[in-house]
Design a protein around this ligand. Structure first.
Ligand code: GCO
Ligand code: MG
Length: 411
C-alpha cells in the first residue's frame, strides 16, 4: 500500500492549522495534525523539505517502522518541531490503517474501555461574577468538569481569561495577529504575589456557589517558582481541585519534588513536552498525577500510546491537551486514545469555531459531558481542501508576559 501523495496544508479558518494529508495508491486518505501554535511554518517546512520526500513511495502499512525511521533516522532527536512533524505522519498512517480495516481507530487500539471521555471546558471571568456566569453557561452546555481561570484585580489581561465577557468565551486563545501589516506579540503584565493572594478567594466563591461535587481544574501556566507553587497547592486544598496544571516551568522536574513535599493537590504537567523521555523522572518518582501531552506534539498516536502505557505503570492518568490550537484532527486522535486506554483521566475540550469546522468536518460527539470519537472508520475527520484554501495563513504570536518592572516572565 504505497503512499503516492503527501500534501502539507496550512490554513487559517479563525486560527492557524497545519495538516498533513497522505494518499495511498488505492486512494485512501489519511490526515495528521502538525499545528505548533505560533511556529506553524517551521513544522510545515520540516514536513515539506525533510519528510515528504521520504514518504512518497513508502509503505503506508508500516507505522512503527516509519516512526522509528523518522525519529532515529534524523539523528537529531526530539524537540517540538520534529515531534509535531512525526506526529502528523504517524496519525495519518493510523487513519489510513483504520479506514482500510473499516473500523474507528479506537478499535485498533484495543476497543472501548468506557462509554465516553469526560471533558473539561474553559470557564473564565474578568471578575468573580463574570466567572460564575461563565461556569453556569458551561454547565448549561453539558460540561461536567470545569477549568477555572480568573482576572486579578488591577490587571488588564490575565492568561486564560476571555478578552470580553460578552464575546465568544471560547475564543480566548491568543495566538493571533495584532495587526495585519506588522504582527507582534501582545504584552501582559504579571505579578505572582497578587495572583497567589487572589486565587483562593476565587475558588472559595466557586465552591460556595456550585458545591463540592463539580470537578474544578486550574492552569498555573508555568508562572510560579517551586515554593510559590507549593503555597498555592496548599492554599487550594480546601477546594479539592481535580488538578493544578503547569504550576512551574515544565522542564525542571526537581521543582515538582518541592511542590509534592508540601501539598496533596493533584498535579498535571506536560503540554510543552514532546517525548516520553521528558516524563521518566516525573513518573518513576510519582511527582505528577496527570500527563498533559497531546497526540499532535508527542509523536502521534504511537508516541502517545507508549507514554500512556508507561504512565499507567506508575498509576498516572491521561489529561490530554485540547485547546483550540489542537486541530480537529488532533482532537479526534486524542478521543480514540481516550476511549481505548485504561488509564484515562480527563480530556480538555475547547470547542472549535464554526469557521474551523467548515474546513474540518468532524464526526465526534459531545453529549452529557462526555466526548465520543464516533464509529466512522479511521479518525472520523475530513478536510475540505477547497475550504482550507479560502483561509490563507496569517502570522500570529502568543503573548509574552513581563513583570511590573519590565522583566520578561514565563507566559
Ligand atoms: C491549555 C494550554 C493552552 C496553551 C496553548 C498555547 O491548558 O489549554 O495552556 O491554553 O496556552 O496551547 O498554544
Ligand atoms: Mg495549559
Amino acid at each position: 500500500m504505497k503512499i503516492v501523495s503527501a500534501e502539507v496544508i496550512v490554513t487559517s479558518p479563525g486560527r492557524n492549522f497545519v495538516t498533513l494529508r497522505l494518499t495511498t495508491e488505492d486512494g485512501v486518505v489519511g490526515l495528521g495534525d502538525a499545528t505548533l501554535n505560533g511556529r506553524e511554518l517551521a513544522v510545515e517546512s520540516y514536513l515539506d523539505h525533510h519528510l515528504v520526500p521520504l514518504l512518497i513511495g513508502s509503505d503506508a502499512s508500516r507505522i512503527e517502522d516509519t516512526w522509528q525511521q523518522l525519529y532515529r533516522g534524523a539523528y537529531w532527536r526530539r524537540g517540538p518541531v520534529t515531534m509535531a512533524a512525526i506526529a502528523a505522519v504517524d496519525t495519518a498512517l493510523w487513519d489510513i490503517k483504520a479506514k482500510c480495516a473499516g473500523m474507528p481507530l479506537y478499535q485498533l487500539l484495543g476497543g472501548a474501555s468506557r462509554i465516553g471521555a469526560l471533558a473539561y471546558g474553559h470557564a473564565s471571568g474578568r471578575d468573580i461574577p463574570e466567572l460564575l456566569d461563565s461556569i453556569r453557561e458551561h454547565l448549561a452546555q453539558g460540561y461536567r468538569a470545569i477549568r477555572v481561570q480568573s482576572g486579578i484585580p488591577g490587571f488588564e489581561s490575565v492568561y486564560g481569561v476571555a478578552a470580553s465577557g460578552g464575546g465568544d468565551r471560547y475564543d480566548y486563545e491568543p495566538a493571533r495577529p495584532t495587526s495585519d501589516d506588522r504582527p507582534r506579540p501582545t504584552v501582559e503584565t504579571w505579578d505572582t504575589r497578587a495572583y497567589l493572594r487572589h486565587l483562593p478567594t476565587v475558588f472559595e466563591a466557586v465552591r460556595a456557589e456550585f458545591g463540592p461535587e463539580l470537578p474544578l481544574l486550574h492552569d498555573g501556566h508555568h508562572r510560579m517558582r517551586p515554593i510559590e507553587a507549593a503555597r498555592l497547592g496548599k492554599s487550594l486544598e480546601p477546594y479539592d481541585l481535580f488538578w493544578l496544571e503547569d504550576a512551574t516551568p515544565a522542564e525542571d522536574p526537581s521543582a515538582l519534588r518541592w511542590i509534592r513535599h508540601h501539598t496533596t493537590t493533584p498535579l498535571a504537567i506536560g503540554e510543552v513536552f514532546n517525548s516520553i523521555h521528558d516524563y521518566v523522572p516525573l513518573l518513576s518518582e510519582r511527582l505528577i498525577d496527570y500527563v498533559r501531552s497531546a497526540v499532535t506534539h508527542t509523536g502521534g498516536v504511537t508516541g502517545m500510546k507508549k507514554l500512556l502505557d508507561l504512565a499507567a505503570l506508575h498509576g498516572v492518568k491521561s489529561g490530554m491537551h485540547g485547546p483550540t490550537d489542537i486541530s480537529p484532527v488532533g482532537m479526534a486522535a486524542a478521543l480514540h486514545l481516550d476511549l481505548a486506554v485504561h488509564n484515562f483521566g480527563i480530556q480538555e475540550y475547547m470547542r472549535h469555531s464554526a469557521r474551523t469546522l467548515e474546513v474540518f468536518r468532524t464526526s465526534y460527539r459531545f453529549e452529557d459531558g462526555l466526548l465520543h470519537p464516533s464509529d466512522t472508520p479511521g479518525l472520523g475527520v475530513d478536510l475540505d481542501v477547497a475550504a482550507a484554501r479560502r483561509f490563507p495563513y496569517r502570522q500570529a504570536y502568543l503573548p509574552v508576559a513581563r513583570l511590573r518592572d519590565g522583566t520578561v516572565h514565563d507566559w
